[in-house]
Design a protein around this ligand. Sequence first.
Ligand SMILES: NC(=O)c1ccc[n+]([C@@H]2O[C@H](COP(=O)([O-])OP(=O)(O)OC[C@H]3O[C@@H](n4cnc5c(N)ncnc54)[C@H](O)[C@@H]3O)[C@@H](O)[C@H]2O)c1
Length: 335
Amino acid sequence: MSTKKKVLITGAAGFLGSHLCDRMIKEGYYVIAMDNLITGDLRNIEHLFKLPNFEFYHHDVTKYIHIPGELHYIMHFASPASPIDYLKIPIQTLKVSSLGTHNVLGLARAKKARIIVASTSEVYGDPLVHPQNEDYWGNVNPVGPRGCYDEAKRFQEAITMAYHNVHDVETRIVRIFNTYGPRMRLNDGRVLPTFIGQALRGEDLTAFGDGSQTRSFCYVDDLVEGIYRLLLSDHHLPVNCGNPTEITIKQFAEEIIKLVGTGTKVIFKPLPMDDPKQRQPDITKAREILKWEPKISRAEGLKITYEYFKSLPEYDMTFRKFGTQEDEIMKKAGY
Ligand SMILES: NC(=O)c1ccc[n+]([C@@H]2O[C@H](COP(=O)([O-])OP(=O)(O)OC[C@H]3O[C@@H](n4cnc5c(N)ncnc54)[C@H](O)[C@@H]3O)[C@@H](O)[C@H]2O)c1
């Protein structure tokens, strides 16, 4: 019988989940990784399979979850996260943050485990205040194309608070802003892999609108540090984690072109429906409560990420998770 503290990580084969597995193994935990592989990839965690303190459950968290024995922590990160994914599989997206979160909260209650749930800056929608702090309630269109993700995450926060208030479950809520790094999928539709993929293929980079909309990008190691600190803190209300350094999409595209050095240019396409114009976290709370702030510069993080994408096999350049029927849904949403 292992004496290590046990943690269940859902969405473990995904981008963030796999980095959390690495971190929790490094911190000496026994990790149970769970994923149904709908957007994840086992290659992200295959290096952990040989370890005695790691096991993988191929399981859909919207179905009943059984974990034998003790469980000390749950990190609930299962959910499609890129617009391409959640626009293509909106029902699965709604289910994982509603039914799936209900299941993991029930498990946390039964096991007396502490649980952290992955929320998102998308709970702020297309924000009317800038930068966004945790007291802002958001500006979300529930019936727009992004509603399936944004509202599912808002429900996730609400049910997490209810389990805290009614059943005294130790809950933590992290509101994650755009994060990047190795193990993102090159074709997942998020702006950074899209730009790097286009530049690697020698194509022009497509920015939406006039490219003046802003984003801020946090390198994955910084985010993981923030999540780990929040898990171990005693703060149950939502905390923003992200990098407050803001950049326009046009400037960002130019940075990528310079990094990859393929001499391509930026071209512009109409802005998709409900695309947020500005996105920047106010991380005052994380600074105060967690003594956390991002340390890795964009230049440094981009270089590591670019090296990772360059090392991928040809197959990943063209790999598509979903088919033509889903492409039609995307087209209707203006993507
Ligand atoms: N990456 C970001 O910038 C970002 C920003 C905000 C919030 N988040 C949140 O962080 C979490 C992880 O995001 P990511 O970027 O790693 O996405 P990802 O798509 O790479 O990973 C999500 C993982 O969850 C798995 N999954 C989905 N539905 C499942 C289900 N029903 N049962 C079991 N597994 C399931 C997928 O197969 C995948 O491996 C998500 O909850 C997302 O909403 C991420």
